[in-house]
Design a protein around this ligand. Structure first.
Ligand code: CP3
Length: 349
């Protein structure tokens, strides 16, 4: 946090602890399949990965929701699984299957992957950041991101989404030494990846730990809290003015440990967390972001406004970033998003 710097971006000022009457707004998965302009470009590109690796198209997609809804921040259009892809584990998306990585990683891959120059393949991502920053107005922030090592590791070890919570936990017990080596490798690569995004123009970075939930506390310390602390500390040592936001999904009261880290400038709460609990236990340590259920936006109507109003009222006297508790689902009507933004900006909660 650097209080002497005043940013022209409301989002960055808020993460630096300043309070505005109307909070800044952006949304997880704000670019994506619910937007017709996204679907059009996606069809032209042929595949999601072609989009991710094409700076002109990825930059255009990053800007689409900011133009449409006048949001306070853009988030780089990319994916958390580009790091394994760049290390040599080919990423693909089969219809209805979600992401797949091939081949499944083994201990023999660790040194081989460590020696890979990921920037060959990820250079286009830094180019997307550069192009996008040049297009954005000064009062709009550009958010870079990466997956947390644990969440990326679950895909690398399984080859796909590990939807069964027991199978997910088992990854830790099967071969803890291998898991630790993999997480250390991902910590190293992620620090480098995020620093390059910042050097290219990202104003803040967010770490997504989607699969942190449901792990026993001491295991979570090893696979999530410690690796995220290392990444955030190294990124902030190199770029002290760049806010770091953590989003470990589903970790319950463990959230306090992340929020108390001096490197944690923002903490994304997920939809399962009681916002009143977050206000009481997290806002004193960090800037809380999000929480709002994306399914409520898909449903829309007066109920959506009422529910959003409850979050806004709870956090009215502390810095807060309005956002979701996870990404939009594809069937979300864009008109509901427009109505929600208008409601938040209107201030009549
Ligand atoms: O708008 C944004 O939020 C920025 C771009 C972004 C995407 N993925 C684009 C995307 C970000 C930040 C992510 C993060 C991501 N990717 C996470 C962490 C956050 C979360 O949602 O939990 C995870 C776990 C992934 C891995 C991944 N990539 C999954 C599970 C999927 C969905 C598969 C499916 O078909 O539903 C993707 C694909 C993906 N990433 C899409 C988008 C817009 C959809 C791709 C398409 O157009 O088909």
């Amino acid at each position: 946090m650097c209080s002497l710097m005043t940013s022209s971006s409301k989002f960055i000022r808020t993460l630096n602890g300043e309070k505005d009457a109307i909070p800044p707004i952006w949304f997880m998965r704000q670019a994506g399949r619910y937007l017709p302009e996204y679907r059009e470009l996606r069809a032209k590109a042929g595949s999601f990965l072609n989009l991710c690796y094409d700076p002109a198209m990825a930059s255009e997609i990053t800007l689409q929701p900011v133009r449409r809804f006048d949001l306070d921040a853009a988030i780089l259009f990319a994916d958390i699984l580009l790091i394994p892809d760049a290390m040599g584990q080919a990423l693909s998306f089969a219809e209805g299957e979600g992401p797949m990585l091939d081949p499944v990683i083994t201990p023999a891959n660790i040194d081989q992957f460590r020696n890979r120059d990921i920037h060959d393949r990820l250079g286009s991502v830094y180019e997307t950041v550069k192009l996008t920053r040049a297009e954005l107005d000064d009062d709009k922030a550009l958010i870079g991101f990466a997956g947390a090592p644990w969440t990326i590791a679950t895909y690398m070890l399984n080859g796909r989404s590990s939807r069964d919570p027991a199978a997910l936990r088992a990854l830790h017990y099967d071969d803890p030494e291998f898991l630790t080596a993999l997480i250390d490798l991902l910590v190293e690569k992620t620090i480098d990846y995020l620093c390059r995004q910042i050097a290219a123009g990202a104003d803040a970075v967010q770490l997504f730990d989607t699969w942190a939930g449901g792990m026993p506390g001491p295991v979570l310390d090893a696979v999530s809290v410690r690796p995220l602390t290392k990444i955030a500390a190294a990124v902030k040592a190199a770029h002290p003015e760049t806010p770091v936001i953590l989003f470990p999904k589903g970790v319950g009261e463990k959230a306090v440990e992340y929020a108390q880290l001096p490197e944690c400038d923002g903490y994304g709460i997920d939809y399962s967390m009681d916002p009143a609990w977050a206000r009481a236990n997290l806002s004193g340590h960090t800037v809380v972001q999000g929480g709002f259920d994306p399914l409520s936006v898909a449903a829309g109507g007066e109920e959506m406004m009422k529910r959003a109003g409850a979050y806004l009222k709870l956090f009215h006297d502390v810095p807060y970033v309005f956002n979701l508790g996870h990404g939009f689902i594809p069937k979300t009507p864009p008109e509901h998003v427009a109505a929600l933004v208008e409601f938040v900006r209107g201030g009549n909660w």
